[in-house]
Design a protein around this ligand. Structure first.
Ligand code: MCA
Ligand code: AMP
Length: 501
């Protein structure tokens, strides 16, 4: 049957698929360019047979061409995070052992020595084309993509999804949110996460719609673009809506009114990847007339729960299971619990990922025998609708929609010669959801800036604590484990004497 995104695109010939800073591209151009890209990657072979291909390309037509080229050649797409420093990129390369790396010009300098050291050929994204060759038949059960996500133990895990998983994730959202060919969506999200890859681009291209791509989020650009009234859909994380609100509240009345008229044309605005504060939902409604549709998802499952497209959207609720997704709440013994009690969310169905890349024990640990995936999120069902209460681990933080492991940051901090003990916590924050904060017991004098630079050399910028606090000892339980809630309290009490990083 072949890849459904590709076969469906053949039906959309003549329609616009994508636009970016460099131009506007039809579905036929995407098909042609990705076939040529696949031929380049195949280099005379008949099938990449699930070989991994890593790529570092900004959100653009060139990104989608590369992704489709990898898929059409039978490879597994490994999109790299554009803000990762060398050590994080090396970790992904060493974990996934790609047979090729594709990079756009801003990233060649950083990637070239890393690829060369591993004997991996590096291909410039503009050179990803060759005379069209015969392309392999790629079955839906084959591995399609690896996305990295932080866990409670060790380094980030590679979440492997098959083409069937991705197709099920897209089909579920297309049905629930009534995507159609006349839709036009603005992408302002990074493309190494499900949110941007599946919910925005995947659904648009599946539906014959038009996706406009910006390389990154800029509130001025987004407000101006929405104000034109050309768009029908927008999707973002709560931090982005918070920033748009701040920008609009500072704008003059005429600009706000222009924006509102453009916003009224949109048929749907979605928020997800982190809890949407009720205040953001309400301020956005005042500014636009839109009640944001909040939904719940996870890299491992795609989207699981959603407020209704038609019908009442309830602030603080993430709604009901999406089409094709089974959801249940269980207690510590995995026994389903009765309505009105809180429990862990477990999810089952075709949208749920295949495995953690090269981590069989982690995969086994993540699933119950009967196929239920353990999300680690707790929720309560109220009148049939789910409300997220939190996560079972205090060491997993969410900042600006990015999942961050406190333990990963602590590990790097503890390698600094002046750090004796360290605890990283998430502090409730209006803009970021949770603000990453480090509490350190120093063995000799050290400035926050030095610790910040130390971390920055190894970790992505969003993982760098926004604040450092110093103390003589960390609160610990009788087993010697840091008591994180007490650390949070210490930070909150210290708020008046904050030392900015
Ligand atoms: C950037 N910074 C951050 C974050 N992003 N710090 C904490 N948390 C973040 N998420 C850092 C920058 O490196 C910079 O630090 C400083 O904060 C200010 O940067 P700024 O330019 O203001 O930030 P930005 O580049 O505009 O990014 C903010 C953002 C971005 C637009 C909110 O974080 C973003 O696009 N988030 C969405 C991520 C996403 O798609 N998540 C979905 C995953 P410095 O100057 O010191 O370097 S979850 C998912 O896919 C599941 C399935 C789901 O449910 O959706
Ligand atoms: P990620 O690992 O980046 O895929 O992030 C998935 C996690 O984000 C989930 O396990 C939840 O903890 C959180 N999340 C996603 N959507 C929501 C939401 N609407 N409300 C609260 N938390 C959410």
């Amino acid at each position: 049957m072949g890849l459904q995104l590709v076969t469906r695109a053949e039906d959309w010939a003549g329609r616009t698929a994508l636009s970016d800073a460099e131009g506007t591209y039809g579905y036929d151009e995407l098909l042609e360019a990705s076939a040529r890209g696949a031929s380049k990657l195949l280099a005379g072979m008949s099938d990449l047979a699930e070989a991994r291909v890593a790529f570092m390309v900004e959100p653009s037509f060139r990104y989608v061409r590369t992704q489709w080229a990898i898929w059409r050649a039978g490879g597994v797409a490994v999109p790299l995070c554009l803000t990762h420093p060398a050590p994080e990129l090396e970790y992904v390369l060493d974990t996934t052992t790609p047979t090729a790396v594709v990079a756009s010009s801003p990233y060649v300098e950083l990637l070239a020595p890393l690829a060369a050291a591993r004997g991996i050929p590096l291909i410039s994204d503009v050179e990803l084309e060759d005379e069209p060759a015969s392309l392999p038949e790629v079955g839906a059960s084959r591995r399609a993509m690896i996305l990295f996500t932080s866990g409670t133990t060790g380094r980030p895990k590679g979440v492997v999804t098959t083409h069937a998983n991705i197709e099920a994730q897209i089909a579920s959202l297309v049905e629930a949110w009534e995507w159609f060919g006349e839709d036009r969506i603005l992408l302002t999200l990074p493309l190494h996460h499900v949110h941007g890859i599946v919910n925005v681009i995947g659904c648009a291209l599946w539906s014959g719609a038009w996706c406009e791509m910006y390389p990154s989020f800029d509130p001025v650009q987004v407000v101006d673009r929405i104000a034109t009234g050309d768009l029908t859909l927008y999707m973002a994380v709560p931090t982005i809506y918070h920033r748009l609100i701040t920008h609009l509240e500072d704008a003059d009345a005429e600009d706000r009114s222009l924006f509102r008229s453009g916003a009224e044309v949109l048929r749907l605005m979605v928020s997800g990847s982190a809890a949407l504060p009720v205040s953001v939902l309400e301020r956005w409604r005042d500014l636009t007339g839109h009640t944001l549709l909040e939904r719940y998802g996870m890299t491992e499952i795609g989207m699981g729960l959603s407020n209704p497209y038609r019908g009442e959207r309830i602030a603080g609720s993430v709604g009901t299971p999406l089409p094709g997704v089974e959801v249940r709440l269980v207690d510590e013994e995995d026994r389903p619990i009765a309505d009105g009690n809180s429990g862990e969310i477990q999810v089952r169905g075709p949208t749920v990922f295949l495995e953690y890349w090269a981590r069989p024990e982690a995969t086994e640990e993540a699933f119950r025998d009967d196929g239920w995936f353990r999300t680690g999120d707790t929720a309560i069902v109220d009148g049939g609708r789910y409300r997220i209460l939190g996560r079972s681990s205090v060491d997993i933080l969410k900042s600006g929609g990015e999942k961050i492991s406190a333990l990963e940051i602590e590990d790097v901090l503890l390698r600094h010669e002046a750090v004796g003990e360290a605890a990283v916590v998430g502090i409730e924050d209006e803009e970021w959801g949770q603000r990453v904060v480090a509490v350190v017991v120093a063995t000799k004098p050290v400035q926050p800036k030095e610790l910040s630079s130390w971390l920055r050399a190894s970790l992505a910028p969003h993982k760098i604590p926004k604040e450092f606090h110093f103390t003589d000892s960390l609160p610990r339980n009788p087993l010697g484990k840091t008591v994180k809630p007490d650390v949070v309290q210490f930070v909150t009490e210290q708020a008046s004497s904050v030392i900015e990083s």
